[in-house]
Write a protein that binds this ligand. Structure first.
Ligand code: TYM
Length: 332
């Protein structure tokens, strides 16, 4: 049986990278798989979060998922801290994963920065919690952006070591699902950096709640290069900003990069940016409006999350019990 799990952090605004790398693909998968989508508030606190912002952020991200087209009745949508089994399985995985494995995680190195001694233990152990998120449901597939690939390899290593240490076939070797024309959306200000919630420059990203004027302004300011646009995708080599903007256009308009290149061959960036603005506003505008409508109704969002958490628990608890029995915990 195939089961999908994926997660998103409730920190900062959802942006175009989250949408094209993850949310849009989740929407496309919802009819063919049993899908579980989690707002990972326990991951969020691996870096400092103001307690009074975490509740509204959790609701806003939930609204983003629903406004993108995920139906909370057909999918399980919940916030991680509402299902304690995530933390319980993560502890067991802390005892399965090896320090050497975590030492190789590039995201920890990026996020901890120079002052590694001062990073939280949670930030370091984060990939173990992520593996627990996935394996708590024996998920077979995880749709994510490119940046999560290394964490998913670790998840497979943990599943494999657990199965082999205990001589069981309990956990699946989960497959990443990384697809679409924009699996790694880059900053609008620097084509070598990922578009990210934590970039101090607002102009580096398009947020899902940005209105038409803001989208137009950010695209106008987006870094480009002096050359005309190429007729083929291979002409984008060594042109990271052009590759990024054309990739975004391709993803938003459901075309391949090759098709977009032939459409804009020989054109100036200014004409292309007008077209990009138009498609970005057409796709994101209605989602942003729907997010605003949903955020104004916290009762509905909390009800959807509560229902999701109950359904998540019903799947997770028997699997955690199986893990406890395997490990040898007495369950009086
Ligand atoms: P997070 O919250 O950073 O991002 C959520 C999803 O958005 C994708 N993404 C991008 N895709 C393309 N281009 C970008 N610039 C970009 N930025 C973000 C991410 O790849 C991700 O799919 N650790 C995860 C959350 C998580 C999780 C999980 C994911 C926790 N447990 C279990 C899958 C399975 C994270 O921080 O995502």
């Amino acid at each position: 049986m195939s089961r999908i799990f994926s997660g998103v952090q409730p920190t900062g605004d959802l942006h175009l990278g989250n949408y094209l790398g993850a949310l849009r693909n989740w929407v496309a998968l919802q009819h063919d798989y049993e899908c579980i989508y989690c707002i990972v508030d326990m991951h969020a606190i691996t870096m400092w979060q103001e307690p009074e912002s975490l509740v509204p952020s959790t609701r806003e991200v939930t609204a983003g998922l629903i406004a993108s087209g995920l139906d909370p009745k057909n999918n399980v949508i919940f916030n991680q801290s509402a299902v304690p089994a995530h933390a319980e399985l993560a502890w067991i995985f802390n005892c399965v994963a090896r320090l050497g494995w975590l030492n190789r995680m590039t995201q920890f190195k990026d996020k901890a920065g120079k002052n590694r001694e001062n990073a939280s233990v949670g930030l370091y152990a984060y990939p173990n919690l992520m593996a627990a998120d996935i394996l708590l449901y024996k998920a077979t597939h995880v749709p994510v952006g490119e940046d999560q690939k290394q964490h998913l390899e670790l998840c497979r290593d943990i599943a494999q070591k657990f199965n082999s240490d205990y001589g069981v076939e309990l956990f699946p070797l989960t497959e990443p699902l990384i697809f679409g024309e924009a699996t790694r959306v880059m900053s609008l200000r620097d084509g070598s950096k990922k578009m990210s919630k934590s970039d101090p420059s607002e102009n580096s990203r398009i947020n899902m709640t940005d209105g038409p004027d803001e989208i137009a302004r950010k695209i106008k300011k987006a870094k480009s290069d002096p050359d005309l646009l190429p007729g083929e995708a291979k002409g984008l080599e060594g042109r990271p900003e052009a590759a990024n903007l054309m990739g975004i256009y391709a993803a938003l308009s459901d075309k391949t990069l090759g098709e977009v290149c032939s459409e804009f061959e020989g054109q100036q960036f200014s004409a292309f940016k007008d077209a990009l603005t138009e498609v970005a506003v057409a796709v994101l505008g209605p989602i942003g409006d729907e997010m605003a409508r949903l955020v104004a109704d916290p009762g509905y969002l909390d009800g959807a999350l509560k229902d999701g958490a109950e359904r998540a628990k019903a799947i997770a608890e028997p699997i955690l019990a199986e893990v406890y029995d395997t490990v040898g915990f007495l369950r009086p």
